[in-house]
Write a protein of this length. Structure first.
Length: 397
């Protein structure tokens, strides 16, 4: 069974997502303790947390607490849609594809990903790339970063003459940076715990970089603050903002928090700051969704076809152990009988390879239809045929 457990922007706000991430980890630990989990991949972004598992068919009578739980075909369909950006808040965004690749690589590196999830994620990544080539689903500015910049503009109007402070120089901060470059701003300052990364991003922006301990000073005269760090806790509290920013400037300041967990304490809004988070990007996301409806339909057609191919590939995996057993037995017999023939034939003047190749071809031809029929039985989920094959080709040693 392939199981997907998730919480995302479609079913929860940022508060619930933050709370549910911990709940999900607790449930995952319980599943690992009570069931045989053969493979798993974890995925976490600014507005979703997901786990994909390959496990036994045991019942899962847990208190899911608002988590979405889907298995097998539904789980497969979801990951294909996810890779294409159809499940994203900003429809068609490219970042999810990179996030899926990263999650897959981590799982492979840690030995948590096996043949099943490798097949699933390889297919998902391929489909995500294919949809972007065959449709215009990702045309234009489609990212959480660009949505954050658009939100700032919707509040302040033209931000060309505004001073913007970007906190975080990771992937999300870079997305913000790319969106800002197009605005020809008066001043952009980048703050990051790793100063060298801040310098690199600032150079791309044509702005300046600061050390993280200079954050308060940079914040004091910023018109817009967009925070996107990977910190596990808030970095801007009500007290810090109050101390750093003059009272008269607080009323005109816009702060946008696109981190998960959040970088900016909710109480900061009590100072008069216009504080926004991931949830506030939904309006921009809805406009983007309407623009891309036609492209999304084209993507859905591709996904439908690719889902069938993926299901076939996974069913073939079920029969691979039987096919491997057949091939191993056949090769053992072939080698033994070929060696007997060599001894009887004596000196063959270097023609041993001809005989060896002949026996290989004979064995392949004998089992060609058998293997084809086994794969077909797997595709049709014909358990009787598969069980019979397991018995017939069972190793008697």
């Amino acid at each position: 069974m392939i199981l997907n457990i998730r919480i995302d922007h479609k079913t929860a706000d940022i508060n619930k997502i933050e709370e549910s991430t911990t709940t999900m980890e607790d449930i995952f630990a319980k599943i690992q303790k009570e069931h045989q989990v053969q493979e798993f991949i974890q995925l976490k972004t600014c507005n979703r947390a997901e786990i994909y598992l390959v496990m036994d068919e045991a019942p899962l009578d847990y208190q899911w607490n608002g988590l979405v739980v889907e298995k097998d075909e539904k789980a497969l369909e979801h990951v294909l849609k996810l890779s294409c950006g159809l499940e994203s808040m900003i429809i068609g965004e490219d970042q999810i594809l990179g996030q899926l690749k990263d999650a897959y690589k981590v799982s492979v590196k840690t030995g948590c990903c096996g043949q099943v999830l490798s097949t699933v994620f390889t297919k998902a990544i391929h489909v995500g790339q294919s949809v972007r080539k065959k449709t215009r689903i990702n045309q234009g500015s489609v990212s959480i970063g660009s949505a954050a910049v658009n939100l700032a503009e919707s509040v302040l109007g033209n931000i060309k003459c505004k001073k913007v402070l970007v906190i975080g120089a990771g992937k999300m901060g870079t997305l913000v940076a790319k969106a800002l470059v197009e605005k020809h701003l008066q001043a952009i300052v980048v703050a990051n715990r790793t100063y060298d990364r801040a310098v690199c991003l600032a150079k791309e922006l044509g702005g300046s970089a600061i050390h993280f301990d200079s954050l308060s000073q940079a914040m004091s005269n910023a018109d817009v603050v967009i925070s996107a760090t990977g910190a596990p806790h808030t970095i801007l509290t009500q007290e810090k903002v109050s101390e750093a920013v003059p009272p008269e400037h607080l009323q005109t300041m816009v702060m946008i928090d696109i981190a998960n967990p959040r970088d900016i304490e909710e109480e900061v809004a009590q100072l008069g700051v216009k504080l926004y988070n991931i949830d506030d990007l939904r309006g921009i996301a809805d406009k983007n969704k309407k623009i891309r409806e036609a492209e999304a339909k084209e993507a859905e057609k591709i996904i439908t076809d690719e889902l069938e191919l993926l299901k076939k590939s996974l069913r073939h995996l079920e029969v691979e152990p039987i096919i491997a057993q057949i091939r191993a037995q056949a090769e053992t017999i072939r080698m033994r009988e070929t060696q007997k023939a060599f001894r009887k034939l004596g000196d063959m003047n270097g023609k041993e390879k001809v005989v060896d190749d002949l026996t290989k071809v004979v064995v392949d031809r004998v089992f060609l239809d058998i293997i084809h029929n086994l794969k077909e039985a797997a595709e049709n989920n014909n358990k009787d045929v598969l069980n019979t094959a397991k018995y017939i080709f069972k190793n008697k040693n």
